[in-house]
Design a protein around this ligand. Structure first.
Ligand SMILES: [Zn+2]
Ligand SMILES: [Zn+2]
Length: 367
């Protein structure tokens, strides 16, 4: 098959012939229909996140099941699936307590670039290639764990469904699952990219009365309004923290979300919340970076600071729920797909995300 291979950080991806093995026990072979390009892919390409190399990136995919390995019971050939990058073991304390996004087995395996059994199904010229987040969707085919396949209705367009595999789940889930945004509340979201726009949509679905989008790009702020922001703040022009206070009668927001992944904006996110408010960190900060907070005020002002990983997803429950909302016209997906590319154009696609030109560039495999 054809796949895009990252050989070293800061280099272009190489679209090449790659061998893919048959699925083993508990694994599924999926023919990709579409794959979004996400900032997490960029972190690996830029070298700010390290993984074993060479690797096939991509972790926001959807497609059709081509073959199943032994002992696969939940999916069958022909099913349409969204790929979840937190497959689960089903046995650990996190899985058993309803937090499969924190699965201990996944956490221990993900960074190794393999599937659950510690081996790879991908190779090039006889040399192994690594998997990215159990998915590696910058390829025509992918072998994934059965628990990472979320079966969806066949009438749902796969290019939209692919985005539910990362950005949409992460953003909507942060508002609904992690923060439990309350009807009538005031919400601020820093970063109006793919994830931030979906946090805005999640807040709207939850019944927030005011949703303030904060970004430095006027085009993204305009888009944020169409996704449900009631107010926008351009942080390049004004003091964003002061602006949020002003828009919330001096109090600060009930819920604040950081969807950028920088310590400076995380600190702003904390300051934007009212005392007793909930501060939700969604963006992944560079490894090793630290966040300084005023120790005294953490106690006195009782802000809750929570991380939200993959929108606290229970993928097999939440992804079909999100797609039901999309099919019912209550959640916007196609507006996120701003650019479409073939696999051969992968570096162009990456570039449009790097420059901020694209909200979501999507690789379409039949293009
Ligand atoms: Zn992602
Ligand atoms: Zn587990």
């Amino acid at each position: 098959m054809k796949a895009a291979v990252l050989e070293a950080p800061a280099k272009d991806l190489v679209v090449d012939r790659v061998e893919i093995q048959e699925p083993r026990s508990g694994e599924v072979l999926v023919r990709l229909a579409a794959s979004g390009v996400c900032h997490s892919d960029l972190h690996v390409i830029h070298g700010t996140q390290t993984t074993p190399l060479p690797i096939v990136l991509g972790h926001e995919g959807a497609g059709g099941v081509e073959a199943v390995g032994p002992n696969v019971t939940r999916v069958k050939v022909g099913d349409h699936v969204v790929l979840s990058w937190t497959p689960y073991c089903g046995q650990c304390a996190y899985c058993q307590s309803g937090h499969p996004n924190l699965c201990a087995v996944v956490y221990a395996t993900m960074g190794n670039g393999t599937l659950f059994d510690g081996t790879s199904r991908l190779s090039r010229a006889g040399k192994p290639l690594y998997h990215y987040s159990f998915i590696s969707s910058f390829a025509q085919y992918s072998v994934v764990p059965e628990s990472g396949c979320v079966v969806i209705e066949p009438e749902i367009p796969l290019d939209k469904a692919a985005l539910v595999g990362c950005a949409v789940m992460t953003g909507v889930g942060a508002a609904i699952n992690t923060a439990h945004v309350h009807p009538g509340s005031a919400v601020a979201v820093i970063g109006a990219g793919g994830v931030g726009l979906k946090a805005i949509q999640g807040a709207r679905l939850a019944g927030a009365a005011s949703i303030i989008a904060v970004d430095v790009t006027p085009a993204k702020l305009a888009l944020a309004r169409t996704f449900g922001a009631t107010h926008v703040v351009n942080a390049a022009e004004v003091n964003a923290v002061a602006a949020i206070r002003e828009l919330t009668k001096g109090m600060g927001a009930d819920y604040t979300f950081e969807a950028v992944g920088r310590p400076e904006t995380m600190r702003q996110c904390w300051e934007m919340a009212r005392p007793g408010g909930t501060v939700v960190m969604v963006g992944i900060a560079p490894k090793g970076s630290e966040l300084a907070l005023p120790a005294n005020r953490i106690v006195r002002e009782e802000r809750r600071l929570v991380g939200s990983f993959y929108g606290s997803a229970r993928p097999h429950i939440d992804m079909p729920m999100i797609l039901n909302l999309y099919m019912a016209g209550k959640l916007m997906l196609e507006e996120l797909v701003t650019h479409r590319f073939s696999l051969e154009q992968i570096n162009e696609a990456v570039h449009t995300l790097e420059t901020g030109e694209a909200i979501r560039p999507v690789i379409i495999y039949e293009l």
